[in-house]
Design a protein around this ligand. Structure first.
Ligand code: GAR
Length: 203
């Protein structure tokens, strides 16, 4: 098989980035992680990338006059490296058509709820506060909206009595660390097709 070149975009701790790195290092995921894109120079994910010897493109959005301005640079980094798939793993910024259009169908995001419930920030807290009994994790293609693109896979996580956002976040993360590498594997193996909003996976 041809090498499959991925880039990860992240803003925070990067446990999902690490989950992908771990699967690659164990030989269970046949992709090449070509780049980490990060909008926070001090984020822990940057250290994880250096440790894993993954090149990093880090930028400070405040230094640019618009989203489009820094996304144009990100796009160039992605194109120069001939990236097949962009994985947004805790990238906490809205993205514009500068990135969405060239990568539609080749850009995925992980979100910590069962979309379309609880899009946006603080999704775990939103679910606890609302009082739902189940929440979960969604991996979807990225379109121009907020957590609104076609859904590839979801996994439910139960909310226990007296649950706190912290305890739930731990179980959400555990579910994410399984689901995200699995979806990357499906895409790598060409098992995923999109028909409008509906996505099918040949297992
Ligand atoms: C993950 O839970 C991810 O689903 C969430 O940020 C966390 C990043 O954790 N993403 C969003 O909320 C996007 N709307 P990590 O840095 O440990 O991978």
């Amino acid at each position: 098989m041809q090498p499959y070149r991925i880039a990860v975009m992240a803003s925070g701790s990067g446990s999902n980035f690490q989950a992908i790195v771990d699967q690659v290092q164990k030989g269970k995921l046949d992709v090449s992680i070509e780049l980490l894109v990060c909008d926070r120079p001090n984020a822990f994910v940057v250290e994880r990338a250096r440790e894993a010897k993954v090149p990093v493109f880090v930028f400070n959005p405040k230094e640019y006059e618009s989203r489009e301005a820094y996304e144009t640079l990100v796009l160039k980094e992605l194109q120069d490296r001939q990236i097949d798939l962009v994985v947004m793993a805790g990238y906490m910024r809205i993205i514009t058509n500068v990135l969405v259009e060239p990568f539609f169908g080749r850009m995925i995001n992980i979100h910590p709820s069962l979309l379309p419930s609880f899009p946006g920030v603080r999704a775990v807290e939103q679910a606890v506060d609302y009082g739902v009994k189940q929440t979960g994790v969604t991996v979807h293609f990225v379109d121009g909206g907020l957590d609104s693109g076609p859904i590839i896979a979801q996994r439910a996580v139960e909310i226990h009595e007296h649950e706190t956002a912290d305890s739930l976040t731990e179980r959400i993360h555990a579910a994410e660390h399984v689901l995200l590498p699995q979806v990357v594997r499906w895409l790598r193996e060409g098992r995923v097709s999109i028909d409008g909003r509906r996505v099918s996976v040949r297992l």
